[in-house]
Design a protein around this ligand. Structure first.
Ligand SMILES: *Cc1c(COP(=O)(O)O)cnc(C)c1O
Length: 336
């Protein structure tokens, strides 16, 4: 194993995963799309409805427990899977959770503000706060830090899980470990397709593969920013990850592949390609995608086939990153 990869083992990690998630072949969609398509079921990571954040949070909670924290603070969209998963992990570990809801998605109805992940986080006993902006990561982090200072002055020991780009990308380590898990299950894929939001999942997977000597392309499907902006963000994540692991660059610029053909009408809204992808996965395979991330990221599979980037017959691994509880908050957009 290369040194770049073994560095990951030096970080504290809370045990939140239930075990390796399955890789399954999608028989009917393989036939329909003319490729050999499999799905990595990271919607089945085990904790609180699963999803990709469980792998990321193993490292944030590892750091929080090492620091003796009794409360974790996290920020995200109102229907944040990350916040719900953090509140679940906090409950399981006996910590408090503070969730800051950012006003990121406009024009939504009552269900958006009360159902899905919001309902679950309330059931978990999380404390809620609100942030009026949706595109101000540094400001959102600062507001969380202020709340953390208040908690400190009350004698509590808070740990902030940061959102902004200029923080050590601990969450990416979870997806470096996922890359290792995938290669142990099946190292014969021609490419992988995954959602690219904060970029920690996409970049962590890519970095894990490269650190283990695997050259398989990883297509990051944009869910929040266009291709150019997302590629720039990923380069920054990469620089921070190299610094965190104290190693030479793990990837080079040609490794960063982004596709934004399903991004419109923007973060947290369902466009025609995502809607088609959600219905196709449900009706062809009996599997549920989510409205914010995997609807868009799975739309990238037929999108990249149509463009010729994915060639007929290629072995493709789609990473299901979870998020299904938000379906119930998006009933009105899904039934349109
Ligand atoms: C957060 C999330 C993503 C995006 O992961 P990043 O690491 O932020 O890029 C993808 N899918 C689901 C379901 C998510 O909740």
């Amino acid at each position: 194993m290369s040194d770049k990869f073994s560095g990951v083992e030096g970080f504290p990690r809370a045990s939140l995963l239930s075990g390796p998630t399955p890789i399954e072949r999608l028989e009917r969609l393989s036939t329909q799309l003319g490729i050999d398509l499999s799905i990595k079921r990271d919607d089945l990571t085990g904790l609180g409805f699963g999803g990709n954040k469980v792998r990321q949070l193993e490292f944030y909670f590892g750091a929080a427990l090492e620091k003796g924290a009794d409360t974790v603070l996290i920020t995200g969209a109102v229907q944040s899977n990350y916040a719900r998963t953090a509140a679940t992990a906090a409950a399981k570990l006996g910590l408090g959770a503070v969730i800051q809801m950012e006003n990121r998605v406009h024009g939504m109805d009552e269900a958006y503000n009360t159902s899905g992940n919001v309902l679950l986080s309330r059931m978990l006993g999380a404390e809620f706060m609100h942030y009026p902006e949706g595109e101000d990561e540094a400001g959102a982090d600062l507001a969380l830090r202020r709340r953390a200072e208040e908690l400190s002055s009350e004698g509590r020991t808070p740990y902030v899980i940061p959102l902004g780009l200029n923080n050590p990308p601990l969450g990416a380590l979870g997806y470096m470990k996922a890359a290792e898990e995938i290669l142990q299950q099946d190292d014969g894929f021609d490419c992988m397709v995954v959602a690219s939001g904060s970029g920690l999942t996409h970049f962590g997977l890519l970095a894990g593969l490269r650190a283990l000597g695997c050259k398989t392309p990883v297509h990051g499907i944009c869910v929040r920013r266009n291709s150019a902006a997302q590629a720039q963000r990923l380069a920054t994540v990469g620089a921070h990850l190299d610094a965190l692991l104290d190693c030479d660059p793990i990837t080079d610029a040609s490794d960063i592949l982004t596709w934004d053909g399903a991004l419109e009408p923007g973060y947290g809204h369902i466009g025609p390609p995502a809607r088609a992808a959600i219905m196709m996965m449900a009706r062809q395979e009996g599997l549920f995608l989510d409205p914010v991330y995997t609807g868009k990221s799975f739309a990238g599979v037929p999108g990249l086939v149509k463009e010729g980037t994915i060639k007929p017959g290629e072995r493709v691994l789609f990473i299901h990153t979870g998020g299904q509880p938000a379906l119930f908050a998006y009933q009105s957009e899904l039934e349109m």
